[in-house]
Design a protein around this ligand. Sequence first.
Ligand code: TUI
Length: 312
Amino acid sequence: MKSNVFCNMVGIEYPIIQGAMAWIADSSLAAAVSNAGGLGIIASGNAPVEVVREEIRKAKKLTDKPFGVNIMLLSSNAEEVAKLVCEEGVKVVTTGAGSPGKYISMWKEHGVKVIPVVASVALAKRMEKAGVDAVVAEGCESGGHVGELTTMALVPQVVDAVNIPVIAAGGIGDKRGVGAAFMLGASGVQVGTRFLVAKECTVHQNYKDKVISAKDIDTVVTGRTTGHPVRVLRNKLSRKYQILEKEEASIEQLDELGKGALVKAVKDGDTDNGSVMAGQIAGLISKEETCKEIIEEMFDLKSLLNKFDSII
Ligand code: TUI
């Protein structure tokens, strides 16, 4: 008999959150994930607030299931989007790349479930004290902005430190990753890279093809010198960036190179000169599937039970 604390909290069937990939996770992907029984997320990234509002309204037309909005806290309009989710009656908010402390009371007053992404035990504890409903503990295997710790090390330490549900993220790409996350004490998983290649994901086909053809060692973290480390698939841009970092280029110079680079890859399909954010699990991902097929494979967990036969 299934009874998962996180599913019950947000009203979904499978304890899986779709990662908030900036410029990629739109109403099409979010609604497809929610319709398949997971929690779809619209990533607001750096998008203008009216664009985010439009995506929320489109998602409401595409699904009657709960979905969420992610706020990227480095964005200059984070505060406006924080208010927007209240106005639009969004059920769940996730946050990334910082501490959402100053918005939490407003969200709670509006009945929004608040689930910040954390990369350390310290922030997880601070967030619990501030009254959030759950945390996503994201290891540095994930794509995009990353912390220091791996999922394997971070998740059990966060689980032991807080009394709210912990969702594991980073390096989870199939049912084996889901099983492992639950063994670490997680109550659910967040998955980004595998949903990148979902049929309902509107990212440029070149981006999907680059993820599908990636090998295990094809990601690299750039931007450690700027304080914004970002995991991407290795390409011409990442190599240029690494050379500049080695030459101790200024933050302004590095920021200039990164400006608009994600849009170049996501919308124009320029996977040589654009920023192709993806997690280390890209090497495992081999085909496009629907969100329903992805989620059903990831939660076909009974077949994993015999893994214990030789040790129990
Ligand atoms: O946020 C993400 N992943 C992202 S955001 C993003 S957009 C971007 N584009 C270019 C440069 C930088 C960002 C792409 N991918 N994941 C959630 C996440 N949050 N990972 C790590 C963190 C994090 C790190 C430090 C959260 C909080 C934190 O410290 C805050 C504090 O106060 O301790």
